[in-house]
Write a protein that binds this ligand. Structure first.
Ligand code: LMR
Length: 317
């Protein structure tokens, strides 16, 4: 190397480093979920991405993997705990490997409507649940609504005993397992992405989910009978990895919290609208019979499922 080129290198190097620093690639943040983009959670995630990239796009890009493209929710909870992904919004039923306290959300007929869910989540106890897994690497940033769960089956039913002997898909959860055992049905824990095919193959004959999930996954194609049971709640916790969160500056955390608050508000509004619209779309399908239980029928469902409250009180508190 000549003296001239050495001198050029000495002068140019600081500029190259500064330029390199200034154009550093934004950090890619992974958001994994299992539903389609046209759902409350799918739309919330898209809004979150667009807000983060609009306000901090030089620092962060958000890559969303919907429809179980990357992993199912059980793995997503572990992946958050281990810091392999940055955001997920699993159903509150999917944390039982880390805590028993969230089992409260699986208890049937505990919440009369989404306002009751909202009131509990806003309480001191509800807010404390967001952070109580942070030592395990899981930090809840917010709750996100989907809605109340409905029962569907491939044969007609209106009373609890009508479900006896049917195989029902459940999210892997002890409470949900016992709920169907109380009805003498057979609970089958299964990932969300496998439910449609299992219904099509008659491997299961029933399932419980919200109107927006029943509609967006086309479960109605193999579930001709549905009941507006509103017997349980399907809500989410939007979670991140504790170490990732602590690595952010106070300003960045504030930006993330703001984007989260706005996108959750939007997601909740979508949830409300979709659960009405998707229910109406399903109710108008010629191949679907939708029962609205009478007060007497509803009382029978409540009596059949309520023994779970007492059973789980010692664990949940
Ligand atoms: C399910 O597994 O049924 C739900 O948790 C899917 C979802 O994320 O809404």
């Amino acid at each position: 190397m000549t003296l001239l080129s050495l001198r050029w290198l000495r002068l140019a190097l600081p500029c190259v480093l500064v330029a390199g620093f200034a154009s550093a690639e934004p950090q890619t943040l992974i958001f994994s979920h299992v539903v389609s983009e046209n759902t409350p959670k799918g739309k919330m995630a898209l809004m979150f991405k667009s807000m983060i990239e609009r306000r901090m796009g030089d620092q962060f890009q958000v890559e969303i993997y919907p429809n179980t493209e990357l992993m199912d929710d059980d793995e997503a909870v572990d992946a958050i705990a281990e810091g392999r992904i940055h955001f997920a919004a699993p159903s509150l039923s999917k944390f039982q490997n880390y805590t028993t306290q969230l089992m409260v959300y699986d208890l049937p007929f505990l919440f009369a409507d989404m306002d009751a869910v909202e009131r509990f989540q806003g309480s001191t106890a509800g807010q404390a649940l967001l952070t109580h897994m942070s030592e395990d690497g899981i930090l809840g940033l917010s709750y996100l609504h989907n809605g109340l769960k409905q029962l569907t089956a491939s044969r007609d039913f209106s009373l609890p005993e009508d479900l006896a002997g049917l195989r029902f898909r459940i999210i892997a959860s002890d409470v949900l397992q016992k709920q169907f055992e109380l009805l003498n049905a057979e609970p089958v824990p299964m990932a969300f992405s496998q439910v449609y095919q299992a219904l099509a193959d008659n491997d299961i004959q029933g399932q419980e989910n919200t109107w927006s999930n029943i509609y967006s996954q086309a479960f109605y194609e193999h579930q001709s009978f549905m009941m507006q049971s509103n017997h349980g709640v399907l809500d989410y916790m939007v979670i991140t990895n504790t170490d990732f969160w602590n690595s952010l500056t106070a300003d960045q955390q504030q930006e993330f919290r703001f984007a989260m608050e706005m996108s959750v508000k939007y997601g909740n509004a979508v949830a409300l609208a979709k659960n009405q619209n998707d229910r109406a779309a399903i109710a108008s399908m010629s191949g679907v019979t939708l029962h609205e239980p009478t007060m007497e029928q509803l009382a029978q469902w409540q009596n059949a499922m309520k023994p779970l409250w007492q059973e789980y009180e010692p664990q949940i508190g």
